[in-house]
Structures are given as C-alpha cells and as structure tokens.
Design a protein around this ligand. Sequence first.
Ligand code: NAI
Ligand code: MG
Length: 341
Amino acid sequence: MTGQIPATLIPGDGIGPEVTDAAVAVLDALGPPFAWDRQLGGLAAIEAAGDPLPQATLDSIRRTGLALKGPLTTPVGGGFRSVNVRLREEFQLYANVRPARSMMPGGRFENIDLVIVRENLEGLYVAFEHYIPIGEDSHAVAISSGVNTREGSRRIARYAFDYAVRNGRKKVTIVHKANVLKALTGVFLETARDVAKEYEGRVAADDRIVDACAMQLVLNPWQFDVIVTTNLFGDILSDEAAGLVGGLGLTPGANIGLHAAIFEAVHGSAPDIAGKGIANPTAVLMAAGMMLEHVGLGEQRRRLEAAIGLVLNEDKVRTGDLGGTATTAVFTEAILRRLAA
Ligand code: NAI
Ligand code: MG
C-alpha cells in the first residue's frame, strides 16, 4: 500500500511481544496504515544490545515521531532508570492521555466514559532522590523532591481543556493535593484554575483533592468527564479508572509531545502470565486506535473499536482477565474475522 505512515514498533518485555504481535496483525487488516520500524527497548534491549534504551530506538522515534510500544519491565528499587520515564523526557511527551470507557455491560460499573490527562514530565517523577546514611544504615533517610513548574502546569491544563473542546467533553476536573503539598501541587491548581477561565462558557471546570477524587471515582464515577492532574496522582488514578471499567487488559494510553507521540497500554509486562499466550491484547489494540486517530485515521479507529465491541459482546470471545477462556491468538482471530466481515 502506498502512503503508509512510518512508525516505530517496540514489542517490549513480558507479554509485550504477544500483544503487539496481535496489534500488528489487526492493523495489517486495516490498511496496513503503518510501515513499522521494529526497535528494542527494556530488558529485551539489554539482552540484545546491553542498553535498555538503545540509540537506534531513539533515532527511530526521532525520525518517525510516532511509536507503538509494548510494556517495558523496570526493576523496582535499584537497577536502571525507568525507560518509560526516559522516553517521555527525551521526546518531551508532556501529556499522558488515558481514557477509561466501559466496553462490556455487566461489569462492576456501566456507562463509564472518562479520560485522565496526566502531566507526564514533572512532579515526583523527576526522581530527584537520595538516601542519607546514618551509622551502618545506608538507607536511614530517604529524600525525594518534586518539581512542578508554572509553564508545565499551564501546558498540561491547556492540553486537557483543548482535548475537551476537540472531543465534545463538557467538564474538566483539576485534581491536586494543595491542602498539604501547598507549593508543589498548589502551583498546579492555581495555574490550572487560570487556564480554566480561558475556557469559561465552553468547558466547565471544578477541582478535587486527590484522595476525595479516588473515593468519588468508586462511589460515583459518572460525575467525571476529563480529569487533569499531576504525574503521580495521574498514574494512580488511571490504574483505578482502569479497574472501574474491567481492568488493565482494556485501557490504553497515549504519551503526546509536540514532535512525537508514543502509544501503549496502561498495563505493564505482566510477568505472571508472560509467555503463556493468554494476555488480553485489547488495551494495546485500543492504543493502536488512539494512534490511528492521532494520524487522522479516525475512520479506521472506529472500525477497530466496533470490531472489539462485537467480539467482546456479541461473539463473547474474552480472555481470562475478563472471565473468558480465549487465548490471545483466539481473541485476535475473532477480531480479524469481524474486520473481514
Ligand atoms: P502489570 O500491569 O504488568 O500487571 C498487573 C496485573 O494485571 C497482573 O496480574 C497481570 O497479569 C495483569 N495484566 C496486565 N496486563 C494484562 C493483560 N493485557 N491481559 C491480562 N492480564 C493483564 O503490573 P506489574 O506487575 O505491577 O508490573 C510488571 C512490570 O511492568 C514492572 O516491571 C513494571 O515496572 C512494568 N510496567 C511497565 C509499564 C509500561 O511499560 N508502560 C506500565 C506499568 C508497569
Ligand atoms: Mg502506572
């Protein structure tokens, strides 16, 4: 096919290759819209190239400005720095967009349709961290500093309100902890409120303290439309939102910058089920859908999402995380059949 869009594919670790293979097969049936440049990242890259984020991978994304990425395993505590965080910094992917939408009736909640817009570069994830040793204990005291800037807060707030306008959303809720972290999240709240004024009459705005928001998400998730928040809170609330709509097997995310965008599932490498062929590829398929929309192929996104809906709800082909028995391959076949119909 001519007019294929160059894009980087990073299969990633754990279930990453299984679910990204499924995504590539499904995208092939939709065009194929993308000309893939396969690159390594994470543990797979350490094994092959001795570096979790090889130069070739960076060069590829710099060239394409567009990537679909499987999850990358990050060691807890010690070890190398999160490759995900490094990619976000490298390409200044300041907005992390994570929609959570009910896709199947009969779940814990129905008709949820909310979007979390997470600041992706600042806050506590700058990881200015160190230990202070006392006596024998090298980890006696742990210190971490967060950084939120006026500029970064304005940029993410504008992104959230613009997103609301573009997508016909009615309200943006600013989520913070400015009652305790008065400077760190105070500047975010203050700036986001200022931005909200620019959208008065077009998009409604309110604000919530993060702990109350976490509870309200469970009690009454329908009150939320778009949530904009700082890095750590966005990380936590987006997993919570994934739980509301059926789990990590369903929810996608986009990391958006001015010159590049990286699409991925919210979930990680799922070491407990890796290699078994039972992972749910829906989340990465939904991420591929966001990627299609991003490059102006909204029609293909709608076809893809319609096929996923039919497979889950009409064909009732579901993977184990959704209570079904389908393997990744069986689920993917079912999607391909729907796309061919
Ligand atoms: P995880 O998301 O990998 O797994 C949590 C639970 O959800 C596990 O029981 C897993 O089996 C299940 N699960 C996740 N995705 C699934 C899918 N598609 N289908 C069926 N079940 C699924 O989170 P965990 O275990 O905390 O992290 C594992 C590794 O992944 C860590 O090294 C972490 O740093 C990394 N990670 C990477 C991310 C990324 O690259 N964007 C995001 C989150 C975690
Ligand atoms: Mg997370």
